[in-house]
Design a protein around this ligand. Structure first.
Ligand code: DON
Length: 555
């Protein structure tokens, strides 16, 4: 009932507000206003959402070097205006010379830092091949036209925000240590400074002129390989020649009236999101209340069980058999919740994977796009950690990724996100490392309902989970749903991480009374959700996460 009253109230509010503001026809929501505007301008001049994806991706590589990239990888999920769906995997791959024990010493112990900092952490970049493949299959405007806004941003410069200045200065010592000299982002910055990046503009021009060959061959490829090897890596020109993105069937499942379209392996995102939603489906979450300790307890118990499965079963489907159908089977999932008690937390020590685990990082970025025809795009892309491996290639003005840390270096050993993995996610040449990235599109009554995703390492899946429920179960508007306090549980470590300062004592004590261990001081990355919602009347609203500089550009 509460939900109905709230919805009616929202409809009245929207109806009132529509008198005063022009309805949104299309939108791009990303980590930076410049990148959102680059995509939005493409929409305004008649490009489609896929064209805007290209413009926004390249613009993020310029203005958001912490995660925006041409040297990382990502996942693209789309739903066309006609309701056709698809997904592209342009995740990095392990180099040809990679071995299972790449990050282990002679005793078989993980060498700290090897998979996160320096050349050995670098996987074969998939981003350029992925973005160009989206353009080849679905784009409508010429590629060079879509890369041009990024080139202009690199040549004319972008303005450093307060958050960016803090971040660049915080990492500057590491940049200099890895690169042996002061590179572009180690120079010391303050809010308002303008960063120009001519080498990156040159690399983008090469891609605009030659397509994939402009990145995977020639001077750009040679510069990446030389710098990665000089900093201890094994990336070779042969690796760059063999990289290819893959169209994969998206992972689809339903939750009450919703149909969800998300990323299948090598992302764990779709499977875990689906498992968690199915496990809580029998309960009345709305009645329990938003972020009440009852609803949080239920969601945490679903998260705990799903992350245990993730850790054991998931890896690159081209290398291991992922029992996807079994993991998504309704009876299996109901059975996983058989020992759920509304009164008491289950100990993670008592939860293993089901009868039939995985690891991750620190900076990634997600953007959502909707064009005026109704084509919807969800993209999450990453260098893994903030500024990836910190290896900076001067000739092309970018950092290389450290995606190799998303493999399980040794079964049971936690990665930078505290995630553990199994044999399924061990390193092998050309294998893709398991991911948590969860670009997701939601339908209701066969109509587009939401485009959503976020960075946040292991907390990506739980942040997407909560954002969808905030709108659907708790009747929030898109921005309110994005702003709402978030929490996270990933099986191991066995604690509920609460976004610091956002939960009251009553909630914390309520969870503790059920036996949950609570973490509030250590602010595990909890996501920066960028999302678009379309309501029953077709009204479009956006949510850009205030935790970052995220911003929407609409028309
Ligand atoms: O693919 C993954 O799951 C990780 N490489 C994502 C890293 C990430 O989200 C860092 N962001 N805050």
């Amino acid at each position: 009932m509460k939900k109905i009253i709230y919805s009616v109230f929202c409809v009245i509010l929207l109806a009132c507000s529509s008198n005063t503001s022009t309805p949104i026809k299309g939108a791009v929501v990303s980590a930076r206003i410049e990148a959102s505007e680059a995509g939005r301008d493409v929409l305004k001049k008649g490009g489609n959402a896929y064209d805007a994806m290209v413009a926004t991706s390249f613009a993020l590589a310029v203005v958001y070097p912490v995660a925006g990239n041409i040297t990382g990888g990502g996942f693209f999920v789309y739903r066309s205006a006609k309701g056709e769906t698809g997904s592209l995997d342009y995740r990095e791959m392990a180099p040809l010379k990679a071995t299972k024990d790449l990050f282990l010493d002679k005793e078989g112990n993980v060498i700290p830092g090897k998979s996160t900092v320096g050349g050995l952490a670098v996987g074969i970049p998939g981003a350029v091949a992925g973005v160009l493949e989206v353009h080849r299959k679905l784009g409508s405007l010429p590629l060079a036209e879509l890369i041009q806004p990024a080139i202009a941003l690199a040549e004319n410069g972008y303005v450093v925000s307060a958050k960016q200045a803090k971040s660049y200065n915080c990492y500057s010592k590491q940049f200099t240590a890895v690169n042996g000299k002061v590179t572009l982002y180690a120079k010391g910055y303050k809010e308002g400074d303008v960063v120009k990046n001519i080498p990156l503009a040159n690399a983008l021009k090469e891609i605009a002129a030659k397509g994939n060959a402009g990145f995977y061959q020639g001077w750009v490829a040679e510069a990446m390989v030389a710098k990665t090897q000089a900093t201890g890596g094994i990336l070779s020109l042969d690796d760059l020649k063999v990289y290819e993105p893959k169209w994969r069937d998206p992972l689809k499942f339903s939750y009450k009236e919703l149909d969800l379209i998300s990323m299948a392996p090598p992302s764990s995102g779709g499977i875990c999101l689906g498992q968690m939603m199915k496990m809580i489906e029998p309960y009345d979450l709305n009645q329990m209340g938003h972020n009440s300790f009852e609803s949080m307890h239920l969601m945490v118990e679903a998260e705990r069980r799903s992350y245990a499965d993730r850790s054991h079963f998931l890896g690159d489907p081209d290398f291991v058999d992922v029992p996807q159908d079994h993991l998504m089977n309704e009876e299996y999932l109901l059975d996983r919740m058989v020992n759920y008690s509304p009164e008491k937390a289950t100990s993670s020590a008592d939860v293993s994977h089901g009868n039939i685990i995985v690891v991750e990082s620190d900076e990634t970025t997600h953007f959502s796009i909707l064009d005026s025809m109704g084509n919807a795009v969800a993209v999450t892309t990453t260098l893994n950690g903030a500024y990836g491996s910190k290896v900076y290639v001067d000739e092309i003005g970018v950092f290389m990724n450290n995606e190799m840390d998303d493999f399980s270096s040794k079964p049971g050993e936690p990665n930078m996100f505290g995630l553990t993995g199994s044999e399924a996610n061990s390193i092998a040449p050309k294998k893709r490392m398991l991911s948590s990235m969860t670009p997701t599109i939601v339908e209701k009554d066969n109509q587009l309902y939401m485009i959503v995703g976020t960075p946040g390492g292991s907390s990506i899946i739980t942040s997407v989970f909560q954002t969808i429920l905030n709108v659907y179960e708790h009747g929030m508007e898109m921005q309110e749903a994005v702003n709402a306090a978030r929490f996270h549980h990933q099986w191991l470590p066995d604690n509920v991480v609460l976004e610091p300062t956002k939960f009251d004592t009553k909630t914390i004590e309520g969870l503790q009374a059920k036996g949950h261990s609570i973490e509030t001081k250590y602010s595990r990355i909890i996501g920066k959700v960028d999302a678009i919602h379309v309501n029953e009347l077709g009204t479009i609203t956006v949510g850009a996460d205030p935790r970052g500089d995220d911003a929407a550009a609409t028309h």
